[in-house]
Design a protein around this ligand. Structure first.
Ligand code: PLP
Length: 383
């Protein structure tokens, strides 16, 4: 009897091996548990509404700009803007990307081979180890220690081996909110391997602007973007600055991922960077709003969770201890039983176990209600 051919529609697709063990991040998985009753302190995007000036710029960008492809590296006029105040050549040392995430993907695709090692912060942003694995490389975590979450240059340099291809640093940090000082950044830049500095939260700071790695060495690649600073996460606008010899393979990889970043978003970004006075006052307003929300979060974390944590110096996350709890079942139970979403620390690496990431990019009353619910749940669990 001849075997009936199986119906391709009912077959499990044969997933590529590079995706073995790779799933949607725990951030997305926890956010999928949201209901209409949930207080969402899990989200990684700013709760800043666009003002009329920003809306008008968006209307103009859509109404008067081009709808055609730009150069792969982006419109030269925008590259000139992102290079302003630096000695980077807009023609050969800047690339506009579809968000920082696409920029990171292009960098990994350009440089990381099977068998390479990539040093990543632990706790650190979920994408870094995954991007390394997708290239067949091994993510090698360097630990960042509580309670201050300061990066120790020695902890990074000790992990460098013959196989180290890239070192990833992220300041201000997601999920820690901590900032890396200039001396440490210089020591990492001078260590030898290529460094990717993810500076997406650089405009969101509280006491003083965080140092950038820009210009710290020909081996340094800086990624940045407007998702967090301008509350335009959905418009996918980022950029990479790197010396010409590093930028060439990055632009090649970027061409086959995105062709170019959205020209609408590029035109809007250019208008934003052109509007110097508006932009400065917008960023001040963003920082002032997050400062208030940070104070509210720190107050509630101390009152309701009994934890006095060092104030985050940048970004909009508090990494709060939940002793005696495994962070993943704890965060899932909080989502389903207490209707509050936070991200389990273990989503950010092994060193994140015993903590949860509380995003204070939320209205002050939601911050208060959400953390009060966490406190109540913790007290009930202890009894
Ligand atoms: C540290 C870090 N890098 C990169 C990204 C990606 O941002 P973008 O919207 O620019 O792709 C995020 C987003 O949460 C982030 O937290």
């Amino acid at each position: 009897m001849t075997k009936k051919p199986s119906n391709p529609a009912t077959q499990q697709p044969m997933k590529a091996r590079r995706l073995d063990g790779i799933e949607l991040s725990l951030i997305r998985q926890i956010n999928a548990l949201a209901t209409s009753a949930s207080v969402n302190l899990g989200i990684g995007e700013p709760n800043v509404e666009p003002d009329e000036a920003l809306r008008e710029m968006a209307r103009l960008a859509a109404g008067t700009g081009s709808w055609h492809y730009s150069a792969n590296a982006g419109n030269l006029s925008l590259r000139k803007k992102v290079c302003e105040g630096t000695d980077f050549d807009p023609k050969s040392e800047a690339c506009i990307t579809a968000g920082t995430e696409e920029g990171l993907y292009a960098i990994f695709q350009a440089f990381v081979d099977e068998g390479d090692e990539v040093l990543v912060p632990d706790p650190g942003f979920v994408s870094y180890p995954t991007l390394a694995r997708l290239c067949g490389a091994k993510p090698v975590p360097y630990n960042i220690e509580p309670p201050e979450w300061r990066v120790d240059a020695k902890a990074v340099l000790d992990k460098i081996s013959r196989r180290t291809k890239l070192i990833v640093v992220n300041s201000p940090s997601n999920p820690l909110g901590s900032v890396i000082d200039e001396r440490t950044l210089r020591a990492i830049a001078a260590a030898g391997p290529m460094v990717v500095s993810d500076e997406i939260y650089r405009e969101i700071w509280y006491d003083s602007p965080p140092p950038s790695m820009l210009g710290m060495g020909r081996n340094v690649i800086v990624v940045n973007g407007m998702s967090k600073s301008h509350s335009i996460t959905g418009l996918r606008l980022g950029w990479i600055l790197a010396r010409e010899e590093l930028m060439k393979p990055i632009v090649t990889a970027h061409q086959y991922i995105a062709t170019c970043a959205s020209v609408f978003s590029q035109q809007l970004a250019e208008m934003i960077l052109d509007a110097h006075a508006w932009n400065a006052s917008w960023l001040e307003r963003v920082r002032a709003q997050f400062q208030e929300q940070r104070e509210a979060a720190l107050f509630s974390i101390e009152r309701d969770m009994g934890a006095k944590i060092p104030p985050p110096a940048g970004a909009f996350y508090a990494f709060a201890p939940v002793p005696f709890c495994e962070s993943l079942p704890f965060a899932k139970a909080l989502a389903t039983d207490a209707a509050v979403l936070v991200i389990p620390g273990v989503a950010f690496g092994r060193a994140g176990e015993g903590f949860v990431r509380i995003s204070f990019a939320a209205p002050i009353d939601a911050i208060g209600t959400g953390i009060e619910r966490i406190g109540r749940w913790l007290r009930a669990a202890k009894r």
